[in-house]
Design a binder for this molecule. Structure first.
Ligand SMILES: Nc1ncnc2c1ncn2[C@@H]1O[C@H](COP(=O)(O)OP(=O)(O)OP(=O)(O)O)[C@@H](O)[C@H]1O
Ligand SMILES: [Mg+2]
Length: 237
């Protein structure tokens, strides 16, 4: 078996900048954030880099729509994955076995929240989801050195308790948000930051980005426009 590096660089400039040694292959990372902040785009770009640059096998589990929806989304960036594409429904680990994913490749789950909402179980969702993530982490990143990336909607009131538990068991957390100061003024400025990444050096500041036709690109934080008509005393939250 060829020995691949224990970490890999994502090929996304804005991400590599804050993770100079890359992401360890034995990590399960959560991309956490509000609706529409860019989690799916970030995952799609990670997937594309992995396929195109690293040429490694990947599994993308998407619960937001049929497989064709992912292809169409990615097509809008010119990221054509037809020749890499296999529809994924179940048997994740059988598939990883068949695809000889050992020390290479990655698995993407978009989104964890949606996936576990679909699963009917007697137990409260929180525990079911937590068990699922723990077992994936053990069998995927740890045993096979195949990193997992899972998106997760926060903050949904129903999952508030879960988030703390979930964030505790995973190796990496990337927060994606709209900058709150600008959001107060009605401007949606996308940002991400690496909150946690076990086993790899990383910066923790917020990186401001835009979704461009080439994917995620770092941009400077806009200069706030100061209005004189209203003093900024009362703040929500
Ligand atoms: N093809 C595209 N071209 C330009 N901008 C895009 C494109 N796709 C997405 N975006 C931008 O990225 C934003 C967020 O998209 P994305 O679907 O990644 O959010 P998300 O965090 O996954 O949301 P959700 O939690 O609802 O799944 C869009 O609202 C849009 O501003
Ligand atoms: Mg999404």
């Amino acid at each position: 078996m060829p020995v691949l590096p224990k970490s890999f660089e994502t090929g996304i400039d804005a991400v590599d900048k804050v993770l100079p040694k890359g992401i360890p292959r034995n990590s399960l990372t959560i991309l956490a954030g509000d609706l529409g902040t860019g989690k799916s785009v970030l995952m799609e770009q990670l997937l594309y880099s992995m396929l195109k640059i690293e040429k490694e096998p990947c599994i993308y589990m998407n619960f937001e729509g049929p497989p064709i929806a992912l292809q169409q989304d990615m097509e809008s960036f010119g990221w054509n994955i037809d020749r890499y594409f296999h529809s994924v429904t179940s048997a994740l680990f059988t598939m990883m076995e068949e695809m000889k994913m050992m020390g290479k490749g990655a698995v993407f789950v978009d989104s964890l929240t949606e996936m576990f909402t679909l699963v009917q179980e007697e137990r409260p969702l929180v525990f079911h989801m937590l068990d699922g993530v723990k077992s994936w982490r053990a069998k995927g990143p740890k045993e096979r050195l195949v990193p997992f990336f899972c998106s997760h909607h926060t903050p949904l009131r129903a999952y508030a308790d879960l988030d703390d538990l979930l964030f505790y068991v995973v190796d990496g957390i990337v927060d994606v948000r709209f900058n709150p100061g600008f959001a107060d003024r009605g401007l949606l400025v996308k940002q991400f930051r690496v909150r946690k990444m076990k086993g790899a050096p990383h910066e923790t500041y917020w990186v401001t980005f835009q979704v461009t036709p080439d994917g995620i690109v770092e941009v400077p934080l806009p200069v706030p426009v100061l209005t004189s008509d209203k003093p900024r005393t009362s703040k929500k939250k």
